[in-house]
Design a protein around this ligand. Structure first.
Ligand code: FAD
Length: 405
């Protein structure tokens, strides 16, 4: 086969899609183009082991160079794709090079949402999405004592936990009335606030940051209510936005992500997309959604690879996610949107191990499991298989999780 498949973006989705293409029988050329100067790497450790220093760049790599060599996957790193010409089936790089494709996979992911507040360009203020961001934070940690984290989502809280462990004074400023408000129930928010406070982190909710002040370097964070917080290190973690511009400019359908079907196909038969950047259907919940998680990127990439090879593998898996803070491993199964009941199994008031089950009209739709791997594994099955289970059974620690199956 003398055909060429180009993969744009070099992260979780791309690192899975390229070898999956070989497994699905693609014998043509595979060219993987990414604008970061690294081999595809695991992003979750950035706010965990890499920030703490427990992991180095080499530990982050999803696959070593030898694996790409073995599969004859060519990489062009530190290189940006600027445009797609769908009529002529070519892409143009930022260095002007034009490359022809037969099949194209868009794995462009997402980027941090930036803020345009006064003082945002002061030294010591960082975002957190890639290796360079963390290298920059780490270089400031050495000379800083007081960290302010703007945003109480998972990334903000993970960062707070690591910086606290490194001996810094840490304050988290969250605009919503509670941390993790976008993703979880008040019960979980209360639990995480309590744990962070027990660990010595200050959490302020309902505060909107309005400016950063300092001469060259940041010295304080000012809020709209007039309060201010001294800081010599600030990390802004206020969400991400999908990198859809390349697709949009080429005329592909875009609506909160590149619109794809259950086979990861765009509205162009020669172009697929996978990962954070897609808006895709999920048959378990019967909705379209855009997910920001590694399991989504990897599984959807397998589907996309099959589609490129002319096969049909439906992408329909239960979304799941995890977050590590202190000695807490949170594992989340499914989506809790629209829940009308929360059932707690275990002691969330004092302990550090429990599960929250979300039900909608009596049906289990999602779970948040803190240091509860059994509850996570079993609830995944219960949700996927639609097995009936009562709130009393879920709460009853006298019943093992396997008995619920
Ligand atoms: P991305 O990882 O965003 O990669 C896209 C790549 O494409 C980037 O390198 C980008 O620079 C590049 N690119 C974009 N446009 C172009 C272009 N035009 N030309 C060339 N290259 C381009 N998920 C979990 O499931 N669990 C976790 O615990 C977790 N923790 C996280 C912690 C942090 C700090 C971060 C930042 C993310 C975390 N995530 C976690 C989310 C997870 O990392 C993402 O869902 C995952 O990285 C998505 O992979 P992707 O390949 O779709 O996109």
């Amino acid at each position: 086969m003398s055909q060429t498949c180009i993969i744009v973006g070099a992260s979780h989705a791309a690192a899975q899609l390229a070898p999956s293409l070989r497994q699905e029988g693609w014998t043509g050329k595979i060219l993987l183009i990414g604008d970061e100067p690294y081999l595809p790497y695991h992003r979750p450790p950035l706010s965990k082991g890499f920030l703490s220093g427990a992991k180095q760049v080499n530990d982050l790599l999803i696959r070593k160079q030898a694996i790409y060599d073995k599969d004859n996957i060519e990489l062009k790193l530190g290189c940006r794709v600027d445009s797609i010409d769908r009529a002529h089936k070519t892409i143009t790089l930022n260095n002007g090079e034009v490359i022809a494709y037969d099949k194209l996979a868009l794995c462009t992911g997402s980027r941090v949402r930036t803020v345009s507040l006064p003082g945002i360009d002061l030294q010591g203020i960082h975002y957190l999405r890639n290796i360079q961001h963390i290298e920059s934070i780490k270089s400031h940690v050495k000379e800083s004592n007081q960290a302010v984290i703007v945003g109480g989502g998972y990334i903000g809280l993970e960062t707070a936990a690591v910086l606290k462990k490194q001996g810094m004074q840490v304050t988290v400023l969250e605009m919503a009335p509670r941390v993790l408000a976008r993703v979880t129930a008040p019960e979980l928010s209360e639990f995480y606030s309590r744990v962070h406070q027990d660990e010595g982190v200050t959490i302020k909710t309902g505060v909107a940051v309005s400016a950063f002040e300092g001469s060259d370097k940041v010295e304080r964070v000012v809020c709209a209510d007039g309060s201010s917080y001294d800081a010599d290190l600030v990390v802004v973690g206020v969400g991400i936005i999908p990198n859809v511009e390349l697709a949009e400019a080429s005329g592909l359908e875009v609506a909160n992500g590149i619109v794809v079907d259950e086979y990861a196909r765009t509205n162009d038969p020669d172009i697929v997309a996978a990962g954070d950047v897609t808006n895709h259907p999920n048959s378990i919940y019967d909705i379209r959604l855009r997910l920001e998680s590694v399991p989504n990127a990897s599984s959807q990439a397998k589907t996309a690879a099959a589609s490129i090879c002319g096969k049909q593998k439906v992408y329909s898996t239960l979304p799941w996610f995890w977050s590590d803070q202190y000695n807490l491993k949170l594992q989340i199964a499914g989506l809790n949107q629209g829940y009308d009941q929360v059932v707690i199994r275990g002691d969330k008031e004092k302990g550090r191990s429990f599960a929250a089950f979300y039900l909608k009209e009596g049906k289990l739709i999602s779970s948040d499991c803190v240091n509860r791997p059994q509850e996570f594994m079993v609830s995944k099955r219960l949700i996927t298989e639609g097995k009936p289970v009562s709130p009393d059974q879920l709460a009853d620690e006298g019943l093992t999780m396997s008995e619920l199956l």
